[in-house]
Write a protein that binds this ligand. Structure first.
Ligand SMILES: NC(=O)c1ccc[n+]([C@@H]2O[C@H](COP(=O)([O-])OP(=O)(O)OC[C@H]3O[C@@H](n4cnc5c(N)ncnc54)[C@H](O)[C@@H]3O)[C@@H](O)[C@H]2O)c1
Length: 436
């Protein structure tokens, strides 16, 4: 059975340019994985858009296509890559420096990776104190920097014969910041760019340039950018989708898997102590307290929003939640995250859960970049603008499209993602009722 609400979605014809501000561990691992999948035909593991099936109609109907065969997504073969970085020269150098992938996996695609040359970045060390950027734009005025980025975007599109572009922020986490008056409206922001306002960070200049160029923007870091009122206004006036923020990987992914389970069974939580060691450039940046604070805010919100202490004060009204990240170079990108979880059950008796997750951050983040790029492009072709809340599934601190907070439970987020696709394609949502 189909609903009457099929969306009018423009076909994914021609090339899709995926631009990443930041060509570091995540971006280079993402690009390498897509190139490798293209070359070998091996499925890109972890990518929901490429590997997950979507049930349509009732169970009896037996309709269960792959998402990529159901929704008109761009094909991996049609993707072209580009990006900006103040340090990495190209995607091959970035991949070799971060050391996520082995040479045996890089060498068959080395030439293509080397061809993804980083454009000079809009960068200011004030926001990322641990990095020394050398490949940086010469413009010093922020308005001029925005214009220079828009020129880069246009040149990239023309030179690579792209039909459409999307941008996914894979740059470093910037120092903590509260929104200010300059972020209130597009007019105030534009004046702020011209006045070189101190409150405007580089990542905000990328978002502005992207939206003015009709390029959807997803924010993979916890930076204040797509969540600013001026960017939401611009996204609506330009008719361009935005999404944010902070890729949901590693320890937070585990948290959003476990916490909904505890809540589903009405088990109480007294405390959750999370600590991490990691030794990549991201870890080095986050070793600066002002940058860690940005990350901490994003990580701490997760439990509160899932567990709803206001609704369940006797179970979740008194939770000590602590998150630590320590920079420890020997681990490189192979992070180790420990969680000590203190729960309680029947008659208040305490129990403990210990998690030791030896994870590879960029291996978990790369498929998220691919899915966000493909789904943001789909949303744009479907005429969507504003926050794409249905992509909360991928994000640690998901932005809400309206006044209500965005859903944090991974499984509700998954249902929302699939039901959005069903709805856009004229199928009924799946309710998992007895008859369904
Ligand atoms: N890996 C994960 O699982 C994960 C999860 C959530 C969020 N993130 C975020 O994703 C981002 C990328 O992570 P990563 O591991 O690739 O880090 P990384 O340090 O390897 O790469 C970030 C790159 O951004 C560049 N950069 C910094 N400022 C820039 C600017 N103004 N313009 C363009 N480039 C700039 C840096 O030079 C660096 O090469 C970080 O903000 C990180 O916090 C990563």
């Amino acid at each position: 059975m189909v609903s009457a609400m099929t969306k009018n979605i423009a076909p994914a014809t021609g090339k899709l340019g995926v631009l990443t501000p930041g060509l570091g561990a995540v971006a280079s691992t993402f690009i390498a994985g897509v190139l490798s999948a293209r070359q070998t035909g091996v499925a890109p593991l972890g990518s929901v858009s490429q590997m997950a099936h979507i049930r349509l109609g009732t169970r009896r109907e037996g309709r269960n296509p792959l998402i990529k065969d159901f929704a008109p997504l761009a094909s991996l073969d049609d993707i072209v890559f580009g990006g900006w970085d103040p340090i990495s020269a190209n995607a091959l150098e970035a991949a070799r420096t971060c050391g996520v992938l082995e040479e045996k996996d890089l060498s068959p695609i080395a030439q293509e990776l080397e061809g993804v040359v980083a454009m000079d970045a809009v960068f200011d060390q004030k926001w990322v104190s641990r990095l020394e950027g050398t490949r940086v734009k010469s413009e010093t005025n922020k308005w001029d920097q925005a214009m220079a980025l828009m020129a880069d975007i246009e040149n990239f599109k023309v030179e690579n014969g792209c039909d459409r572009l999307v941008m996914v922020w894979c740059g470093s986490t910037e120092a903590f910041q509260e929104p200010s008056a300059v972020h209130e409206t597009v007019a105030a922001f534009e004046q702020g760019l011209k006045d070189n306002d101190d409150n405007i960070s580089p990542s905000q200049i990328y978002v502005y340039a992207a939206l003015q160029s009709d390029v959807p923007f997803a924010n993979g870091a916890p930076n204040l950018s797509t969540d600013l009122p001026c960017m939401q206004e611009l996204s609506h006036t330009r008719g361009v989708p935005i999404a944010g923020k902070d890729f949901k990987t590693g320890q937070t992914l585990m948290k959003t898997l476990l916490a909904p389970g505890l809540k589903a069974r009405m088990l109480g939580l007294r405390g959750w102590y999370s600590t991490n060691i990691l030794g990549n450039r991201d870890g080095e940046v986050l070793d600066a307290p002002e940058n860690f604070k940005t990350k901490e805010e994003s990580k701490l919100g997760v439990l509160h929003k899932i567990l709803e202490p206001d609704v369940y004060p006797e179970l979740y009204g008194n939770v000590d939640h602590v998150v630590r990240i320590n920079y420890y170079p020997p681990r490189g990108d192979n992070k180790e995250g420990w969680d000590a979880v203190d729960i309680f059950g029947w008659m208040g008796y305490p129990m403990q859960i210990k998690i030791d997750f030896l994870c590879r951050d960029s291996i978990l983040a790369a498929p998220i970049v691919l899915d966000l790029a493909l789904f943001m492009d789909l949303a744009h072709r479907a005429g969507e603008s504003g926050v794409q809340e249905w992509l909360s599934f991928y994000l640690k601190a998901p932005q809400a499209a309206g006044d209500n907070p965005a859903e944090q439970d991974l499984f509700i987020q998954q249902t929302k993602l699939k039901n959005t696709l069903r709805e856009w394609m004229g199928e009924l949502p799946v309710t998992h009722s007895e008859a369904g």
